[in-house]
Ligand binder design. Structure first.
Ligand code: COA
Length: 243
């Protein structure tokens, strides 16, 4: 890697770290790592490597980077450090008393973790904004969300990407607490721009009363970082959080 691309990588990493930190209150830890081609696997985590043995190289790197990021986030909380395997739904089977979420693009991976006293469930999502286009936006966003994103043609696609990302983050946070399979039009998102960033609120549209209660308690944040947007939701636990 040339010196300039190394410097660019370090700059991007720092920007993503700063952005990820704004998404949650203090007791929730975040970590960003590159999906590095030279990721070697510690013998202790051989089960993780086995889980993606037959997968293509990019998937293998993303999967392993996600585990490294989650363990580093756990380390910040003096949390567990064992292997993190998938459950039947594809989500990570988090150790008892702990929760978390993983997201990746081709090159970057972000994980967030928390003790369940601080946060019952959480979901995080990272997207490359340039992957959004008008047909996808019209398929995924509800009319009120399209109206919000359409306030400026310059920011339409990045905002549409943020709505998409927020729906993915919400899905990760509430599955399987919300029993029904959630489609993109089952949740309406509201975005509020304030001096400290973008705040997200969500409303479950179908009349599953318990599901609506869970979704209305979610706390969401979003942000932009160069070519990426990040979104996250968490369900607060019993211990009051610090900002
Ligand atoms: C599961 C899903 C949300 C993953 O999002 P993505 O943008 O494709 O991929 P990301 O890189 O952001 O996230 C992948 C990680 O999500 C986690 N994940 C997968 N399934 C999950 C689930 N059911 N619940 C929580 N987390 C899950 C995994 O940790 C996975 O990484 P890993 O396989 O390396 O461990 C997405 O593929 C999906 O099925 N979306 C459709 C459902 C939806 O979003 N509906 C909108 C509701 S409003």
């Amino acid at each position: 890697m040339s010196q300039s691309s190394e410097a660019e990588g370090a700059e991007r990493l720092n920007a993503l770290i700063s952005c990820a930190r704004t998404l949650f209150p203090k007791p929730i830890a975040t970590c960003v790592v590159p999906c590095h081609p030279s990721t070697s696997v510690d013998a202790e985590y051989a089960l993780e490597a086995e889980a993606v043995e037959g997968a293509c190289e990019s998937r293998r790197l993303q999967y392993l980077a996600g585990r490294r990021a989650a363990r580093e986030a756990f380390r910040q909380l003096d949390g567990p450090c064992g292997p993190l395997l998938q459950d039947a739904s594809g989500a990570v089977g988090w150790p008892d008393g702990w929760t978390g979420s993983i997201t990746h693009t081709k090159d970057w991976c972000v994980a967030a973790t928390a003790h369940t006293t601080d946060c019952l469930r959480l979901g995080i999502d990272l997207e490359e904004t340039q992957r959004m286009n008008e047909p996808i936006a019209r398929r995924v966003l509800l009319p009120t969300e399209l109206d919000f994103a359409s306030t400026s043609s310059e920011t339409f696609l990045p905002l549409a990407a943020l709505f998409f990302s927020a729906k993915e983050a919400l899905y990760k946070a509430v599955t399987p607490l919300v029993k029904q399979r959630l489609g993109f039009h089952d949740v309406r998102l509201m975005v509020e721009k304030t001096s400290d960033g973008l705040h997200l609120r969500a409303e479950l549209l179908p009349s599953d009363v318990e599901g609506r209660r869970v979704v209305s308690r979610l706390v969401g944040r979003g942000g932009f970082c160069g070519p990426f947007c990040l979104a996250a939701f968490h369900l607060p636990g019993s211990r009051p959080s610090q900002q």
